[in-house]
Write a protein that binds this ligand. Structure first.
Ligand SMILES: C[S@@+](CC[C@H](N)C(=O)[O-])C[C@H]1O[C@@H](n2cnc3c(N)ncnc32)[C@H](O)[C@@H]1O
Length: 205
């Protein structure tokens, strides 16, 4: 679907919301996920103090883990099913005051004006238009961490939409020159999917 098409949808009948709400009701997705290797990598690089933004969070383990360490986390997703799940996990752990959840279509959503983040994090969601505003929300010294399918994933799943795969060099190649230092980049063939992970730090001006 092109972006003009996406803009035409109200949230309640947005196809991404309907698709993902149905997926989050499948038994295999009932458990909240633990943190993931991209998160471990970002943590080992050192996340400066400050709030965190997670895009397409799903039922994110890392949003909870970060809130547990005292960070304020803004987590955005189109699926109210996922956000409901995340909200109850946060309440069960007494973290609701640290975790702000926003239901939105990331193609039209934008980060709050005047706020920047110590970490902007996104796992398994790729839209160029989203990445192109995501980096602008990273604070100086902060991290941008991204993971998505690469075009090599099409070997395993030819029906996967090409636009939702990272092209050669992406996402790092979409960062403006001289603003970020790429700390980590790797492609991983897991035998059923091929993904790329990238962690970059925004330079101090
Ligand atoms: C592959 S899942 C990844 C979820 C989570 N990051 C993880 O790694 O478990 C993709 C996520 O993107 C969300 N999503 C899909 N389309 C979206 C859109 N247009 N706006 C916001 N979120 C969207 C889905 O609801 C889903 O939670």
């Amino acid at each position: 679907m092109n972006h003009a098409g996406r803009h035409a949808h109200r949230l309640e009948d947005h196809p991404d919301r309907l698709k993902w709400n149905a997926r989050y009701q499948e038994p295999k997705r009932l458990q909240s996920r633990d943190t993931c290797p991209l998160f471990d990598r970002a943590t080992s690089e050192g996340i400066p103090d400050g709030p965190v933004l997670e895009l397409a969070c799903g039922i994110s383990g890392q949003a909870l883990a970060l809130a547990e360490t005292g960070r304020d986390v803004l987590a955005v997703d189109i699926s109210d099913e996922a956000l409901k799940r995340l909200a109850s996990a946060a309440t069960a752990r007494g973290l609701e005051s640290r975790l702000e959840l926003a239901q939105a279509d990331l193609n039209v959503w934008r980060p709050p004006a005047g706020q920047d983040y110590a970490l902007v994090f996104c796992v398994m969601y790729w839209e160029e238009v989203v990445f192109d505003y995501a980096w602008t929300a990273v604070a100086e010294g902060g991290l941008l961490a991204w993971q998505g399918f690469t075009l090599d994933h099409l070997r395993y799943r030819p029906s996967q939409k090409r636009d939702w795969c990272l092209k050669s060099g992406e996402p790092a190649s979409r960062l403006p020159e001289g603003l970020f230092t790429v700390l980590h980049e790797e492609d991983v063939d897991e035998g059923h999917r091929v993904i790329r992970r990238m962690v970059a730090r925004r330079d101090h001006a």
